[in-house]
Design a binder for this molecule. Structure first.
Ligand SMILES: [Zn+2]
Ligand SMILES: [Zn+2]
Length: 265
């Protein structure tokens, strides 16, 4: 039976060991849940190359390339050349995930900032949108993003974790807010408020799988098919039909990443 809606998981980590040799069945289950396309995300040079390869061999998968703040380091020219080369690939649609994570603080903040800034420069240079990973680093983020926003393609706040005031500032900079499975958690009232108040033409949905499994699958490995539950929760928060939320978030994903709808068999 054809689905009455279509979804895109804008943030998955399909290169992770949890998914080894399972891409085919993951796509099958995604399609059964109405998820027609997936963006798989790199977190360093190696995983970005892997993401690009996965995308090249699967019609419904696209990739991003970037160095995550957890692995931030002092990038040399060669690192940036490598990144630029991967990010220029035919099915690589964004620079990311890149950003600042002052919650986990795995790398010195000054190193995170410099690594982030250099990758933003690459994004501007090759005209790709950015997928931002920002945790507890909003002021530094807004300062840096403010410098780049005028020349940056409209970009994505992945796994958005701020309150409505923060969301408003991101929207004012032209960014999209990507809703993770966290929005289904009973205690996520602040994120549910963002899901309710954000304009529908700026929302995306994502899994961030294998992490952040939504209700009702807590405890299981997350996968792209489960983005349906996130979209359903967003629809419930907005008191709008799932079909409407799905249509807009899917169109938004195609706009921001420049993705074509799949050719129907
Ligand atoms: Zn992230
Ligand atoms: Zn991620």
């Amino acid at each position: 039976m054809p689905m009455s809606f279509e979804l895109i998981d804008t943030h998955a980590h399909l290169d992770f060991p949890e998914f080894a040799d399972q891409i085919g069945s993951i796509i099958d289950r995604a399609l059964q849940a109405g998820v027609s396309q997936i963006v798989t995300i790199g977190i360093d040079i190696k995983t970005s190359r892997k993401a690009a390869r996965i995308a090249e061999s699967n019609e419904r998968i696209y990739a991003s390339a970037g160095i995550h703040p957890h692995g931030a380091f002092n990038l040399k020219e060669q690192d940036l050349r490598d990144l630029e080369e991967i990010a220029s690939g035919k099915k690589v649609v964004a620079l990311g995930e890149i950003g600042l994570d002052y919650y986990h603080d795995r790398q010195p903040r000054a190193v995170q900032r410099e690594c982030f800034k250099l990758q933003m420069e690459t994004a501007v240079k090759i005209a790709r949108p950015v997928i931002f990973h920002i945790r507890n680093a909003w002021e530094d983020f807004f300062q840096l993003a403010g410098e780049f926003a005028p020349s940056l393609r409209p970009s994505v706040m992945h796994c958005f974790s701020g309150d409505w005031a923060t969301a408003r500032r991101c929207l004012d900079m032209g960014f999209y807010l990507s809703m993770p499975g966290v929005v289904t958690f009973p205690k996520a009232e602040s994120l549910q408020e963002v899901a309710k108040r954000a304009p529908l033409d700026r929302l995306l949905v994502e899994t961030d799988c294998p992490f952040l499994t939504p209700v009702p699958y807590r405890g299981k490995t997350n996968e792209p098919a489960f983005v349906l539950h996130t979209a359903r929760k967003v629809a419930e928060c907005r008191k709008e039909p799932l079909e409407k939320v799905a249509a807009h978030t899917t169109e938004n994903a195609r706009t921001v990443f420049g993705i074509q709808a799949p050719i129907k068999a």
